[in-house]
Design a protein around this ligand. Structure first.
Ligand SMILES: Cc1cc2nc3c(=O)[nH]c(=O)nc-3n(C[C@H](O)[C@H](O)[C@H](O)COP(=O)(O)O)c2cc1C
Length: 188
C-alpha cells in the first residue's frame, strides 16, 4: 500500500471486532508517532496504551462518539481493543499548546494503522479531567486526545459533498459515508 492509498483508505471507524490487537502493533504505532513532525522538534508528547477492559470501560464513559449518527456509539460487542492516550508533557512544553503536535502524532499513527489492517477513531470530545484521574497521570501530563484502535467491524467511505453538508451518515447497509469538499472548493 502506498501513502496515497493509505490516506484514502483511512476512515474513522467506531465499531470494532472483538479481537485483541497485539501489543507490538500498538507499540509500533507509537514508534511511528515518535518520528512525526513536532514544532521546534520539542517532541513534547507521551503515550499510554490502555487495553484492560476495566480501564477501557471507564474511558468509554468519558467519550462522545459520532455526533452526527443516531447509532454511532459502539455497543458492548463493538468496543475498540485498545486506546492510546496522547499526552502533552508540560515539563517539555511549558505553554501546554499541544494541539498541532498531537495532530501530527495522531495522523501518523492512523496511517500506520491502516497499513497494519487496523482501524482508528481520533477522539477529542472527551472529558479530559476525568480521563486524567482514571489514568492516574501526574500533574505535568495533560490529556490531548484518545485514539481508539481495533480491527474494523464497519465500513466507511468518502463521498462528494452537496450543498456544503458536512454530516457523515450511515446507509441502509451500515456503511458510513463521509462527505469531503472538492479540490475546486479548497484551492483558492
Ligand atoms: C480533532 C478531532 C477530534 C475528533 N473527535 C471525535 C470524537 O470525539 N468522537 C468521534 O466519534 N469522532 C471524532 N473525530 C473523528 C471525526 O468525526 C472524523 O475524522 C470526521 O468525521 C471525518 O471522517 P474521516 O476521519 O473518516 O475522514 C475527531 C476527529 C478530529 C480530527
Amino acid at each position: 500500500m502506498n501513502v496515497r492509498e493509505a490516506i484514502e483508505k483511512r476512515r474513522t471507524i467506531r465499531k470494532f471486532e472483538q479481537k485483541e490487537v497485539d501489543i507490538s502493533l500498538l507499540t509500533d504505532l507509537i514508534d511511528c508517532a515518535r518520528l512525526a513532525a513536532y514544532g521546534a522538534n520539542l517532541q513534547p508528547l507521551k503515550f499510554k496504551i490502555i487495553t484492560d477492559a476495566e480501564t477501557a470501560g471507564k474511558l468509554f464513559e468519558n467519550i462522545k462518539w459520532a455526533a452526527y449518527l443516531p447509532d454511532g456509539t459502539p455497543k458492548s460487542d463493538e468496543m475498540p481493543a485498545a486506546y492510546i492516550a496522547v499526552l502533552g508533557d508540560t515539563k517539555i512544553k511549558a505553554n501546554a499548546q499541544f494541539e498541532c503536535d498531537a495532530g501530527a502524532a495522531v495522523t501518523t499513527m492512523m496511517l500506520e494503522a491502516v497499513d497494519k489492517g487496523l482501524a482508528t477513531c481520533w477522539l477529542g470530545a472527551i472529558n479530559r479531567d476525568n480521563i486524567h484521574k482514571i489514568l492516574a497521570l501526574p500533574d505535568d501530563l495533560r490529556v490531548a486526545y484518545l485514539l481508539a484502535v481495533g480491527y474494523p467491524k464497519q465500513e466507511s467511505v468518502i463521498c462528494g459533498m452537496s450543498d456544503g453538508g458536512v454530516k457523515y451518515y450511515e446507509d441502509e447497509n451500515g456503511v458510513i459515508h463521509v462527505p469531503k469538499r472538492s479540490l475546486e472548493d479548497i484551492i483558492i
